[in-house]
Design a protein around this ligand. Structure first.
Ligand SMILES: Nc1ncnc2c1ncn2[C@@H]1O[C@H](COP(=O)(O)OP(=O)(O)OP(=O)(O)O)[C@@H](O)[C@H]1O
Ligand SMILES: [Mg+2]
Length: 343
């Protein structure tokens, strides 16, 4: 009882100045208005008594409210609430209630964001380890077989060395892609934007990729529908990497027909389209193909040599140019990737 009273007064201490001032004023009024000293003293004592009771009641109420706030904060830190509507304060504290709810929602979404990042990081690590393990084990297998005697077997030695070499190249490509991804994501990829003549630039890329298409008996066509001197603004080297990735994909995922690269001129942009008559992408996968390591058909992608990092890099490069990559695709009819670059 005594302790409770003490706590109530302690909680009401913030109003102590008002309490003194109020009583002081009333005492002066009593002294002025009441002539009889005994009556004044009685009135003053009654006044002090009522004030103390009021102060105690105010203290009790404040203590209750503060305890409620303390409980809410403790519950938030112990993750007890699932929904912000579980946070309820008295009506006169609705502003504070809203602020606490806002804080709760912010903390909740921050935690979810961090958990998602952590999950992505773990998945990324698992994917990287898996992708590294496969070629390393394969190379190891060939080398061990060679060391165990196959080196002297003229029927297989060259073939095994070529296979090991092929996997070394894949490994090195994978490492380069991983370095690119990590540079992009840590913001370390430096871009160097300039105007460049797009026609000779694209002709060169097409020439380089013609043998890859020819190997699969696919036509690689290039259609430049713009002013011969059209210049576009961007990082030539990074864009080259994006174009090569997109055209290589088009060739890789096309069995018959053609791959066509089209450049059209618009008022303020150059529109670049990479079309193929290939296997197409299922609708439910279209939004996911830009995720790191995402492949629609893992077995097929593996067979044509892919880790699923290509489009993630392409997307970053195009977005760094303030643009956005669009995809249209129909199963067994083909796909079309397109984006714009500033003139
Ligand atoms: N033109 C296309 N036609 C059909 N599917 C495509 C095409 N381009 C991409 N894809 C699908 O999107 C997936 C992701 O493409 P991405 O370029 O990121 O990876 P990848 O080609 O498998 O490997 P890499 O990292 O070597 O590029 C591919 O595995 C494939 O399933
Ligand atoms: Mg690719």
């Amino acid at each position: 009882m005594w302790n409770e009273l003490k706590s109530n007064f302690t909680s009401a201490l913030v109003f102590f100045r008002e309490f003194i001032l109020f009583n002081f004023l009333l005492i002066i009024i009593i002294l002025i208005l009441v002539d009889t000293p005994s009556l004044s003293i009685s009135l003053i004592l009654i006044l002090l008594f009522i004030s103390l009771i009021t102060l105690n009641l105010i203290g009790a109420r404040r203590r209750k409210e503060l305890n409620k706030i303390k409980d809410i904060i403790t519950n938030i830190s112990k993750n007890i609430y699932a929904d912000p509507d579980e946070i309820i304060l008295s009506r006169n504290l609705s502003g504070l209630e809203d602020a606490i709810k806002g804080m709760f929602e912010k903390a909740k979404s921050d935690i979810e964001y961090l958990k998602r990042l952590e999950r992505i990081r773990t998945e990324f690590l698992a994917n990287v380890s898996h992708e590294l393990r496969t070629p390393i084990f394969t190379i190891q297998g060939y080398l061990e077989t060679l060391l165990n005697g196959a080196i002297n077997d003229k029927n297989v030695n060259l073939n095994f060395l070529e296979k090991a070499n092929h996997h070394t190249i894949n490994l090195s490509n994978l490492l380069n892609d991983l370095i690119d991804i990590s540079m992009i994501e840590s913001g370390e990829m430096r871009m160097s934007y300039r105007y460049f003549d797009v026609h000779p630039y694209m002709s060169q890329i097409i020439q380089e990729l013609k043998p890859m298409a020819a190997e699969k008996s696919i036509e690689l066509l290039y259609s430049f529908q713009a002013d011969e001197k059209l210049q576009l603004f961007g990082d030539k080297n990074k864009l080259r990497q994006a174009f090569i990735n997109l055209i290589q994909n088009a060739i890789k995922y096309t069995e018959h027909g053609k791959v066509e690269v089209i450049i059209e001129e618009e008022k303020k942009h150059g529109l670049i389209l990479i079309k193929d008559t290939g296997i197409g992408i299922p609708e439910q996968d279209i939004n996911r193909i830009f995720e790191r390591f995402y492949r629609v058909d893992k077995a097929r992608s593996k067979a044509v040599g892919g880790t699923g990092l290509g489009l993630a890099i392409v997307k970053h490069i195009i977005e760094a140019h303030g643009s956005k990559i669009d995809v249209k695709s129909k199963i067994n009819e083909g796909s079309e990737f397109s984006f714009r670059l500033k003139k």
